[in-house]
Write a protein that binds this ligand. Structure first.
Ligand code: LLP
Length: 404
């Protein structure tokens, strides 16, 4: 994104023009950025050609998934809904892994029927349920076990998943017991060990630690895992203060791991593929003066982008048309929802805004639209894909009739 003649422009399209045409709030994705992210991700790990399963929870837009599929990516799904969406996008079932702590019997049945690559189980009870269902179908099912490596990902507490106090995966003792159970089962083929220690990880060292923990456990068990699924979690730079994840060091740690373990690596990235490819355009409805600050009341709210309210996440915000006038007062960007946490961010210095101006909330491609809701019975925004000067609506704005 850059300013051309003071207009914030992505690829060859300026946001003012598309906002006028498609309305606001509007999710805009850059095809070029998406492509660049996928190519870079592959390049970072090209020495061992991993299977890359896009974490659909980060962005569930069907048309976007179809584009992602064209680059040969598979999918990591966590519900029957996501599995249906992945299949609808044309993703080969043989490239789909199913994660999640609470898969229902119906979901397990459905996943078996669709012959997906792996069901990554997260408890002994789930393994027994898969075994029971597979037995009743007289089938053998490929599964993975998600290990909780008790590794601190050094990320936000709310998105940390690999510590022993987190609900995810099984501890090493249960892991050993499950291996024995699987060995004695005719209906389970234990093919994978999976881990996922958290999200928005910017330091490679937790990954190193996780690989060491996995390696120690693998050496203790007499079992050949065809796959090791390392999950996702690779962070992006939401602000200039965020350091960049050192992919080189992560790659080196994996290569070292692969020297003593002959296996195929799976990744489940979400944010690193779509995060910085998405921007939310919002319009200033009103400006309300208060004693110390001005409330910039937008037509986008926490139902459209939940990350700030949910995690205190900060998204860089830019004016769509640039001017040189800086506001004397602090701006607090808020939405119209009846919650005090419906607040995007507070800035001391922003260019002076007036009602009807547009702003761009950056890096919302991951966990933006996918976490949106109809709270306050607000309509979900439209989504568009920008490719050069071409603009395609990839999801229509909801209508009130959709809500009834
Ligand atoms: N695999 C599993 C099993 C996961 O639970 C997740 C994310 C991923 C892969 C993808 O992680 P990524 O590469 O996108 O970091 N809503 C939060 C993030 C929650 C992540 C949940 N799991 C946010 O907005 O930051």
């Amino acid at each position: 994104m850059k300013y051309i003649n003071k207009k914030l422009t992505v690829e060859k399209t300026n946001f003012q023009k598309i906002a006028n045409k498609y309305g606001t709030p509007l999710y805009c994705y850059s095809y070029t950025k998406l492509k660049e992210n996928i190519i870079n991700f592959k390049k970072n790990f090209n020495s061992f050609s991993p299977l890359i399963c896009f974490a659909i929870k980060s962005n569930t837009n069907l048309n976007l998934l179809k584009e992602i599929k064209k680059f040969g990516l598979g999918a990591d799904v966590v519900s029957a809904g996501e599995l249906i969406m992945a299949l609808k996008a044309g993703i080969n079932p043989n490239k789909i892994v199913f994660s999640g702590v609470g898969k229902t019997s119906e979901e397990i049945n459905f996943a078996i029927k669709k012959k997906i690559l792996l069901i990554n189980a997260e408890s002994f009870s789930e393994i027994k349920e898969i075994n029971k269902i597979a037995k009743s179908k007289r089938q053998k099912v490929n599964i993975g076990i998600r290990l909780n490596p008790n590794t601190d990902a050094k990320t936000l507490n709310q998105i940390s998943t690999g510590k022993k106090e987190n609900k995810f995966g099984v501890n090493k003792n249960t892991f050993y017991k499950i291996i024995n159970f699987c060995k004695n089962s005719n209906h389970i083929d234990l093919k994978c060990l999976s881990v996922h220690i958290g999200s928005q990880i910017l330091d490679y060292r937790p990954y190193e630690k996780m690989l060491r923990a996995v390696s120690i456990i693998l050496k203790k068990v007499n079992h050949n895992f065809e796959f090791i699924d390392l999950g996702g979690g690779m962070g992006i730079s939401y602000s200039n203060k965020d350091k960049k994840l050192n992919y080189k060091k992560y790659n080196i740690a994996i290569l070292k791991f692969l020297k003593s373990h002959n296996t195929k690596i799976i990744f489940e990235p979400g944010r690193s593929i779509v995060g910085n490819a998405g921007t939310l355009i919002a319009k200033v409805i009103y400006i309300k003066d208060s004693e110390r600050k001005k409330f910039i009341i937008l037509d986008a709210a926490m139902n459209d982008l939940m990350r700030p309210a949910l995690y205190g996440a900060i998204h860089k915000t830019l004016p769509v048309i640039k001017s040189n006038k800086i506001s004397k007062k602090t701006y607090e960007f808020v939405g119209p929802i009846c919650e005090s946490t419906d607040r995007f961010l507070t800035l001391n210095k922003f260019q002076e805004l007036k009602e009807k101006d547009l702003i761009a909330i950056c890096d919302v491609g991951a966990y933006g639209m996918s976490l949106s809701s109809n709270y306050n019975l607000r309509l979900k925004p439209a989504e568009i894909l920008i490719k050069g000067s071409k603009v395609k609506v990839i999801k229509k704005r909801q209508k009130h009739s959709d809500l009834i």
